[in-house]
Design a protein around this ligand. Sequence first.
Ligand SMILES: [Zn+2]
Length: 248
Amino acid sequence: MKPVIEQIPYFADNIAWLVRCENSALVVDPGNAEAVSSFIDREGITLSGILVTHHHSDHIGGLDKMINRTGAPVYGPNDRRLPLVNHHVHDGETIDAGAFRFEVISVPGHTSTHVAYYFTDCETIFTGDVLFAGGCGRVFEGSPAEMLASLKRIAELPPKTLVCCGHDYTRSNLEFAMTVDRNNLLLAQRLASLDKRERFMPETIAVELATNPFLRCGDEGIRASIKMSTGDSDEDVFARLRSLKNSY
Ligand SMILES: [Zn+2]
């Protein structure tokens, strides 16, 4: 049976994700135990596992309470800042957890041990704070080149793959994108469509490739708008875009 994806918003803009098969589910990045618990209690869901993408507290703050309540195993990177992880995951590994199967993709840059989880059954990737809808995370523990390589690995997945990220920064990301890619009609349409949505709308890799400037470092229009030329490397263009977004 194909799992379904559900979102649990918490704090101002965080999103925890459920991968669900009937009454059993995995949760990704339960940063707030109350929000996740009330959702799974209401739906009568048993947790088969907890997945964490990286160590930042807004993504793992609910871990101890979730473990105490459910006893579910915790999958995550091998990092001393993640002491509650009891199943270490590694790049390229395929993991079976109850009714679920997922692949681990190492995506350093935002943090040095950040991972993404790719579910082929439901054609979805959970990208934490690396690839956002219309943008990407800040580069805290790696180089711009490392972050760009991580983004490119995600972007190489099948185009119909759905991108489920850890924050809803979509409006700010797309408004910034318009400043560097103003002739992009699909981008303008994507930004306009935000007025009609009631909650976060994950898009496909194909849509991200067409509208997310951090995946479009080779685009000549974007390069011209930030005063870079065809001779500059993608890494240089990415670093310039990231620095412009930081001060946007
Ligand atoms: Zn983070």
